[in-house]
Write a protein that binds this ligand. Structure first.
Ligand SMILES: NC(=O)c1ccc[n+]([C@@H]2O[C@H](COP(=O)([O-])OP(=O)(O)OC[C@H]3O[C@@H](n4cnc5c(N)ncnc54)[C@H](O)[C@@H]3O)[C@@H](O)[C@H]2O)c1
Length: 289
């Protein structure tokens, strides 16, 4: 036995398990795939040879457009109009969708309001779409992944899930929960010896419609990201069997920042907030909760 094998054997239990998941030949479902990052991840998966890409979105117009784009390019896509917070609708749609090997829980909303200006209704909607839906949508597909002993559950979280930022108590809380969901599920799968990976995607500001009003006001250490680059990096991470992606790389500084005395860390967090009025913060009309 070579020395490398000996080290591998003795440290095997300590090393992270990586389940590489090629997109080619696999069935993919993306929620919130009618626009932004979800739309481009769906198209990227089709380009990489997914057997089928299933598009879920609240908006029929957007979902149909993504599916048509993929089919026109020679891919295999179908769409369903689904509200990911509606358990009955999700279960019915999942029956029709069939087995899924790679599930992207990507649909998400943001209110962008100061805590004192926010309504409970809007907070509830953020938590419903960004957190409760993870249970509702993952449950029907996870069973099949476990039975086949193969699968990847992806969650589009956010860098707002590793550090709190101004005007986003509901959004930030929802994304911390989303990362916790992803990590816990991975540990559970590993303990039960199921070859099911989970991956949390944590970008800072991306040039989608979500944060339309604040594009010129983002903190300088986190430049706005291009959605094409983000989607490609995220699909690469699925194929590589990674567990978490932080974008841009400067988000990693947060973990170093947490070692600082608290007042210094708070000052660092202050740099990350977006100093914009509610009017400016407004996203694409109709999307804001
Ligand atoms: N844009 C950013 O800067 C940014 C940064 C970090 C994380 N994210 C996260 O990335 C994900 C995608 O965001 P995006 O920027 O592409 O936004 P987007 O608004 O362009 O796309 C979100 C899509 O989700 C759909 N959707 C909303 N609620 C839904 C529901 N209940 N059921 C089904 N579909 C629903 C919308 O119709 C929309 O098509 C979200 O989870 C978001 O929180 C975005």
């Amino acid at each position: 036995m070579s020395i490398v094998d000996t080290i591998r054997r003795s440290t095997g239990k300590l090393l992270p398990t990586k389940y590489k998941m090629p997109i080619r030949g696999h069935r993919v479902l993306v929620t919130g795939a009618g626009s932004g990052i979800g739309r481009l991840m769906a198209i990227e998966c089709a380009d990489r040879g997914a057997a089928k890409v299933i598009i879920w979105d609240l908006s029929e117009e957007r979902a149909a457009e993504t599916a048509a784009t993929i089919n026109a390019a020679g891919g295999a896509a179908e769409y369903q109009v689904v509200d990911v917070t509606d358990q009955e609708a999700v279960e019915a749609a999942a029956e029709i969708a069939g087995d899924v090997d790679i599930l992207f829980n990507n649909a998400g909303v943001v209110s962008g309001r100061d805590f004192l200006d926010n309504t409970q209704e809007s907070v509830d909607r953020t938590l419903d779409v960004n957190v409760r839906s993870l249970y509702i949508v993952t449950r029907p597909f996870l069973k099949g992944m476990v039975e086949r002993d193969r699968g990847t559950v992806v969650v589009t979280a956010s860098a707002a899930g590793v550090v709190g930022v101004a005007k986003q108590t509901d959004y930030s809380a929802s994304k911390w929960a989303a990362i916790g969901f992803t990590e816990s599920l991975r540990v559970e799968m590993k303990r039960r010896k199921h070859r099911v990976n989970t991956l949390s995607l944590c970008p800072f500001y991306v040039d989608t419609g979500m944060f339309d009003g604040v594009k010129t006001k983002v903190p300088w250490i986190f430049p706005i990201l291009r959605q094409e680059d983000v989607a490609r990096t995220f699909v690469d991470a699925v194929e590589a069997g990674r567990h978490q992606v932080l974008l841009p790389w400067t988000v990693r500084l947060v973990y170093i920042g947490r070692l600082l005395p608290l007042p210094l860390f708070d000052a660092f967090c202050g740099l990350l907030g977006v100093n914009a009025t509610m009017e400016e913060f407004r996203g694409r009309p109709g999307d804001r909760v």
